[in-house]
Design a protein around this ligand. Structure first.
Ligand SMILES: *[C@@H]1O[C@H](CO)[C@@H](O)[C@H](O)[C@H]1NC(C)=O
Ligand SMILES: *[C@@H]1O[C@H](CO)[C@@H](O)[C@H](O)[C@H]1NC(C)=O
Ligand SMILES: *[C@@H]1O[C@H](CO)[C@@H](O)[C@H](O)[C@H]1NC(C)=O
Ligand SMILES: *[C@@H]1O[C@H](CO)[C@@H](O)[C@H](O)[C@H]1NC(C)=O
Length: 303
């Protein structure tokens, strides 16, 4: 029996409702094919303004006349006739395994006139932290049918109860949970559909998205530069974009990347002019062709 839970961000609070369910095979709980209702997979949706929201469609059971709409059973946002910047959220159940995860999913951006219907963003929130900026997005064009993307999520639990008394001071670090949020954003005058299908939480590493190794804490004196070292397994490509994301959601400097060998690369970034106020937590994010990778959060300790 595995724990399933769902994870919703409310404006001021973070709510995780735990459900119970069975799993089997090579997948961890948390995936959904959307053949069944999304809520039975532990998923939830936000009720957007003016009904801008994710809906479940099953074109086999209930055919639609719109040729721009994909066929099958999936989640979709109808972006037609919307003002720009409206947002709809789809929440995955909370991930709690003490492991490196790969999540993959199919997405489709479609429209009748070939113009992009809007943006699909993915956020990964840890322990109810800030939603911040997306770790992955797609927006420029319509896709040719369904496209697969991967999310390599490296989360590491600390043991509980903590082995070190200091860990009791920050219980949020001792028990990690990650929430994945799919966000559709409308653009005015671009009718079309933003769709998601076949979300899987895999029991093996991602094929394309690089997985980060554990990001270590950094301790410096006031005024010193702090340097984080982001190391990932996987191939580095020139088109990849690597950056550091702060706990409060802000993105920091792009990084200098150094390839260690053909299966591993490393990047460093300095947080300059540290003051007591810059005490914070950072993680590494990479956006590559096949998807995105996200490290654990590490502390910047300024003495
Ligand atoms: C999408 O929304 C538009 C505008 O509200 C509506 O005319 C159309 O029927 C909707 N399409 C589907 C498949 O729901
Ligand atoms: C998509 O993400 C990239 C960062 O990887 C950012 O530069 C770009 O502005 C984003 N696009 C949209 C439409 O949000
Ligand atoms: C998680 O993994 C770390 C490192 O392997 C280990 O020290 C810790 O005890 C594990 N925590 C749980 C809750 O399994
Ligand atoms: C600290 O980082 C800044 C850029 O953020 C750089 O200009 C400066 O030379 C660095 N100082 C040291 C001592 O490395």
């Amino acid at each position: 029996m595995d724990e399933r839970s769902y994870c919703r961000a409310l404006p001021t609070a973070f709510l995780c409702v735990v459900l119970l369910g069975f799993t089997e095979g090579q997948f961890f709980p948390g995936g959904c094919t959307f053949e069944e209702s999304y809520s039975s997979c532990g998923y939830s949706v936000s009720l957007g303004t003016n009904g801008f929201t994710w809906e479940q469609v099953n074109s086999w059971e209930k055919p639609t006349m719109d040729p721009a709409l994909p066929t099958g059973s999936f989640m979709v946002v109808n972006a037609s006739g919307r003002a720009s910047g409206q947002k709809a959220h789809l929440y995955m159940p909370t991930l709690k395994e003490n492991d490196t995860h790969c999540i993959d999913f199919l997405y489709s951006l479609s429209s009748r006139d070939g113009a992009s219907p809007g943006t699909l963003n993915v956020y990964i929130k840890v322990n109810g932290g800030a939603q911040g900026n997306p770790v992955w997005n797609a927006s420029d064009t319509v896709t040719e049918g369904w496209v697969k993307a991967e999310l390599a999520i490296s989360t590491f639990w600390r043991s509980w109860p903590p082995s070190h008394p200091a860990d009791f001071m920050s219980p949020s670090q001792s028990f990690l949970s990650a929430c994945v949020i799919f966000e559709a954003v409308s653009v005015q005058g671009h009718p079309g559909f933003i769709a998601i299908d076949d979300i899987r939480v895999l029991a093996h590493p991602c094929r394309k998205a690089p997985h980060f190794l554990r990001l270590q804490n950094v301790e410096v004196n006031v005024g010193q530069n702090a340097t984080f070292q982001c190391t990932a397994g996987g191939k580095w490509s020139q088109h990849d974009k690597l950056w550091l994301q702060q706990w409060n959601g802000k993105d920091t400097a792009l990084m200098v990347t150094r390839v260690v060998n053909h299966r591993r690369f490393s990047a460093t970034v300095s947080v300059g002019d540290t003051s007591q106020r810059s005490t914070s937590r950072y993680r590494c994010v990479i956006r590559s062709d096949g998807g995105s990778g996200v490290s654990n959060y590490a502390d910047l300790i300024v003495k």
